[in-house]
Write a protein that binds this ligand. Sequence first.
Ligand code: PHB
Length: 394
Amino acid sequence: MSQPTTSRRTLGLTVAAAACGLLLAGAAQAQQAPLKVGFMLPATGTFAALGDFIEKGFKLHVQEQGGKLGGREIQYFKVDDESDPSKATDNVNKLIKRDQVDVIVGTVHSGVALAMARAARESNTLLIVPNAGADAITGAQCAKNIFRSSFSNWQPGYAAGVVAAGKGYKRAMTITWNYAAGQETVKGFTEAFEKGGGKVAKELTLPFPNVEFQALLTEIAAQKPDVVFAFFAGGGAVKFVKDYDAAGLKKTVPLVASGFLTDGTLEAQGASAQGILSTLHYADNIDTPRNNAFRKSFALTYKANADVYAVQGYDAAQMLAAGLNAVKGDFSKRDAMLEAMNKAVIDSPRGKFSLSPQRNPVQDIFLREAKGTNNELRGVAVKALADPGRGCRG
Ligand code: PHB
């Protein structure tokens, strides 16, 4: 076999060098290409305001980082999920298949989020859930590429049960929408309330997102329990709190609620919400430099007061940043990025939190009281509460 001539060898080297240069240029370009973030959030319906504040919170953190996370520009895509589980798979595939996003951020409604989690798992797309509490997302249906910046439904429900039992209430009724979030929140409440010596006498439900509460309120008035535990949110929560007051129940049967009942809603609920006790992983007046700076920045940017949804959106961006910073924006270093996200301590306006092995926040659940337009801190209902992550393998 003849040796290549010098000139052929030189040519070979030149071609190799050029190919190498192209590769390097390609890598640099990939590094600089914007990271595609797809928001799947409700823009219409009873949860529309919640979706809006999640998006605002997320964008605020990105803006505070100079428009980049881990050195990457962010390009946004958007789908209105209408809080409709029957459209969820089609909607999430618009982001995964059509827009080919790198990361999905969504959503509010537990039923929609469960379908999103399935699609994210099957396509191995990174998903950060900035609200929906469906327990299975960081439980039986957990996956290494699925994270939550918010809570599991069990968490605020369980903490409310601790509070209600601690106040000496013995007989409770619960009222909620009949879907995953309502059912699981009530389950958490019941677990702690009955462990504390109480008894849930009756669970009242109506279909999501109905707001015809009258017949159920009449039943509460007839049964006169010691306490009512409620989970509603958004527009539905506004109507429930007003109807509860109008039915005369506010004066006779105390409400203890999952904090969503009065979060982002106090202006619209007015006098009817004053004094309502609730449990949640955020309170408006947490007096720390971190929370004060966040609320100031949010108010300056959006001319509105931040709420729990804004915090969860903001922290979703912080979690993504933790992953991207660890790999200097190189999204292809997937394992290292996911591990850094899981190990991160997030400096949240709610207080620092870490993630459970199932990738759900381990966090203090606060007791709050509605005062004016704030949910004021009254104490810590349960410290560093970790969702049990039941059924998660992986
Ligand atoms: C949910 O469906 O998981 C959900 C919706 C609204 C909230 C909280 C949880 O405010």
